[in-house]
Design a protein around this ligand. Structure first.
Ligand SMILES: [Zn+2]
Length: 269
């Protein structure tokens, strides 16, 4: 079977972006073994031929009913697959799924019958909320950034916007390019409904949320946008930790300097 990407340059570009980001996650040390997930809504790149493609899997239950996803298509990282492999072979380590009309089940349509991530229900729930709220965001990314996870082990950092303000104050760009800051979700069992619900709630106010002692979950216009926001936060965390390693508490930009940034760049906060 020929790849769904053949003759579809826009879809191919989007999948290549996913592969590129998967490579960055691995190179950064954020994606050990099969760690992390990427799910991207690719419905805008779907044509009639794709809509008529025969499924290559049985009908699978999502586990939740999400009416907002009627007629949607997603690229999903495969369960148990490694980001470092996805970076080189995205269509062997992930697949394209079609949400069926009951909005509670899906089929895989291309290129291989790679079962999506076990985190599919929570990722799709976020996508459904994005659609319902009229958001232009199309991508969700979960990964394990070392410095941000390390900072989540200190309870003093877990209060509302404590980390947001520390990380924003390390370098002006972090405030400019992650303008909503970093939400925090207290520790919950990976894959649990509790974790999914708490994440969904926190994503109402933030594009990136930190899962205590685990990782981050980000949403973005596309996969690169979601990655960039995690990357700038991670850069700030590295600067903070490097300063502490040199034996001092970094001064951070002042409140006035941060307010100046908000005004100059017309930032929401
Ligand atoms: Zn994880």
């Amino acid at each position: 079977m020929k790849s769904i990407l053949i003759g579809r340059p826009q879809l191919e570009k989007e999948v290549n972006k996913i592969a590129e980001v998967a490579g960055y996650l691995w190179q950064n040390g954020w994606a050990e073994r099969n760690g992390g997930n990427i799910t991207v809504n690719i419905t805008e790149f779907v044509d009639d031929e794709i809509r008529n493609m025969a499924p290559i899997s049985d009908v699978k239950q999502i586990g939740v009913t999400l009416p907002a996803l009627k007629g949607c298509y997603f690229y999903c990282k495969g369960t148990g697959k490694r980001m470092r492999d996805l970076a080189r072979r995205p269509m062997e380590n992930g697949s394209v799924i079609r949400i069926l009309d009951d909005c509670a089940s899906y089929v895989i349509i291309a290129d291989n019958a790679v079962m999506p991530t076990s985190e599919l229900p929570s990722h799709l729930t976020v996508h459904a909320h994005l659609i319902e709220s009229g958001s232009a965001y199309k991508a969700t990314v979960h990964t394990h950034p070392i410095e941000l996870v390390a900072m989540s082990h200190n309870r003093d950092f877990l209060g509302k916007d404590v980390l947001t303000n520390i990380l924003w104050s390390m370098i002006p760009e972090t405030k400019a390019f992650c303008p909503l800051g970093l939400g925090v979700v207290p520790y919950e069992l990976p894959g649990s409904n509790m974790l999914a619900d708490a994440t969904l709630k926190e994503l109402e106010d933030y594009d990136v949320v930190l899962w205590e002692k685990h990782g981050v979950f980000a949403k973005g216009l596309d996969v690169m946008d979601a990655f960039d926001q995690i990357d700038v936060l991670s850069k700030s965390a590295k600067i903070y930790i490097n300063s502490r390693c040199m034996g001092y508490e970094p001064e951070g930009m002042s409140k006035e300097q941060m307010a100046e940034m908000t005004k100059a760049f017309n930032l929401p906060r």
